[in-house]
Design a protein around this ligand. Structure first.
Ligand SMILES: [Zn+2]
Length: 130
């Protein structure tokens, strides 16, 4: 993906002004929502190392296999709680939509994700499917 492309998280910014610098470890997510967006974009771009590096070690799966047939198409943030630059934890409620490439079937994931900030770095902990 080019920096001038529209960011997969659909923030309205380009990839280079949004999730790109986070994926390249040039910048840290300032908020839980920014980290959540960057993780969604990483799913869309199948960036497994980034997903692992932003997953809290206590809940990180030993292996992460992304289904190559699943295409993430759209992200909508519904609500956030805390997760700001001065918080140590936060929650983000979102709906992510996907499509199975071979069948064209569509689906959605509605989740409330929990994040913590440790040593200045936001990390994904876990989530409840809503
Ligand atoms: Zn983005």
């Amino acid at each position: 993906m080019d920096d001038t492309d529209r960011c997969p998280c659909l923030s309205g910014d380009t990839y280079g002004a949004c999730c790109g610098p986070l994926h390249r470890d040039e910048r840290r997510a300032a908020t839980a929502e920014a980290l959540m967006r960057s993780r969604y974009s990483a799913y869309a771009l199948r960036d497994v190392p980034y997903l692992r590096s932003t997953w809290h070690p206590s809940t990180r799966p030993p292996e992460l296999d992304l289904d190559p047939d699943q295409e993430w198409r759209r992200l909508e943030i519904l609500a956030t709680r805390a997760g700001g630059p001065f918080d140590d934890d936060g929650e983000v409620e979102f709906v992510a939509r996907y499509r199975w490439a071979t069948t064209g079937d569509r689906g959605r994931l509605h989740e409330i994700s929990r994040f913590v900030r440790e040593r200045g770095r936001w990390l994904y902990v876990d989530g409840d499917v809503a």
